[in-house]
Design a binder for this molecule. Structure first.
Ligand SMILES: NC(=O)C1=CN([C@@H]2O[C@H](COP(=O)(O)OP(=O)(O)OC[C@H]3O[C@@H](n4cnc5c(N)ncnc54)[C@H](O)[C@@H]3O)[C@@H](O)[C@H]2O)C=CC1
Ligand SMILES: O=C([O-])CC(=O)C(=O)O
Length: 318
């Protein structure tokens, strides 16, 4: 059984993540953590969550706290604290503001929760994952981000809809930045176990249209309803279930790579990893030359912004 804590639990994603993880049978304690002063709202969220349990037969305990020491003993800490973007912004526009929040938190939990896995959601998630890794001093398998898992879900739905098949028949993944430079791996996409390019109808797939839809999904949802909530919340649920069930599934998350993709590394970015109870393990892969080139460009972009953020954090820049 496991204790899972949510940092940023008063936020929109934090609240839905709480509901989503409370339904995982391995979770016996959900801890809602918020900034000092948010005790009242945390209590309300906890009560509302507990009200749902009688209907779902959920049997976890729910606690709330504004004291960071209470995160001690968490098996996994899900980090959703920070500013979300407005529809006219890119995720990278949030980098420095959110990096300061992540750094402060990572330094504190280094001693409070040295054994916890840390799942980053806050955007820009690849850069926040690297900031959390650096300042928490944790091992690289213990700190990871939701990365391109949600983008891969979005692509999977779009492909299933085009081919009129159940989503479970589609296997695909997107690697790279959770953002504009993301790279769909058509070479790793199958429908009913058949490589997608071996299906005659592949020629009719509107690839550019589908990728625009995937890339703009977050922005479109933010423009119309203010925030993306259920997609990320369910993605968080899948990741936590995979970890706590020690499932060894291969999912695409933001992880620190050394050289696993064609010798490209020293960056936190979306890649296929094997996930289990002790964390994430990037899977060495070989992909098509065009995919390598696009991944390399995505890596260079993320490395550059990460470096700028690290420099600004070290120099105390505003
Ligand atoms: N990577 C992904 O796939 C996704 C990432 N996100 C990101 O998750 C983050 C949260 O999004 P929402 O829940 O919609 O935002 P929200 O505004 O509803 O919630 C933000 C949370 O962060 C806390 N917070 C804000 N400033 C803080 C500070 N200085 N120190 C400590 N805590 C602070 C707030 O109290 C609140 O709990 C954003 O950065 C958003 O971009 C959201 C959806 C998907
Ligand atoms: O678009 C955003 O800012 C939120 C997010 O990362 C997503 O839903 O993909």
């Amino acid at each position: 059984m496991a204790k899972v804590a949510i940092v940023g639990a008063t936020g929109k994603v934090g609240q839905y993540a709480a509901l989503s993880i409370s339904r995982i049978p391995y979770v016996n304690e959900v801890q809602l953590y918020g900034r000092p002063g948010s005790e009242g709202i945390l209590e309300g969220i906890a009560r509302d969550l507990i009200d749902s349990f009688a209907a779902t037969g959920t049997d976890s305990s729910v606690s709330w706290s504004c004291s960071i020491e209470d995160l001690k003993g968490s098996d996994v800490i899900i980090f959703t604290a920070g500013v979300p973007r407005k529809a006219h912004q890119t995720r990278n526009d949030l980098a420095l503001e959110n990096a300061r929040i992540v750094k402060d938190f990572a330094e504190k939990i280094a001693t409070i929760a040295p054994d916890s896995l840390l799942l980053m959601i806050t955007n820009p998630v690849d850069i926040m994952t690297h900031v959390a890794l650096k300042y928490s001093g944790k091992k690289s398998n213990e700190v990871f981000g939701i990365g391109t898992h949600l983008d891969s879900m979005r692509l999977k739905s779009a492909i299933a809809s085009f081919f009129k098949v159940h989503v479970s028949e589609v296997h695909t993944r997107i690697i790279g930045e959770h953002g504009e430079s993301m790279v769909p791996l058509w070479s790793a996409t199958t429908i009913g176990g058949i490589q997608i390019s071996n299906l005659p109808s592949f020629a009719r797939v509107p690839i550019d249209e589908i990728m625009t839809q995937v890339k703009c999904s977050g922005q479109r949802i933010i423009a119309s309803k203010g925030a993306t909530v259920w997609g990320p919340g369910e993605a968080i649920g899948t990741l936590i279930r995979t970890i706590l069930g020690n499932e060894d599934r291969i999912l695409t998350v933001s992880a620190y790579i050394k050289a696993e993709v064609h010798n490209i590394g020293d960056v936190c970015i979306g890649v296929p990893v094997r996930i289990n109870r002790s964390g994430v393990y990037p899977v060495p892969i070989r992909i098509e030359p065009l995919e390598v080139r696009n991944f390399q460009m995505s890596v260079e972009k993320i490395r550059r912004i990460t470096k700028e953020v690290f420099n600004a954090l070290e120099n105390g820049e505003e």
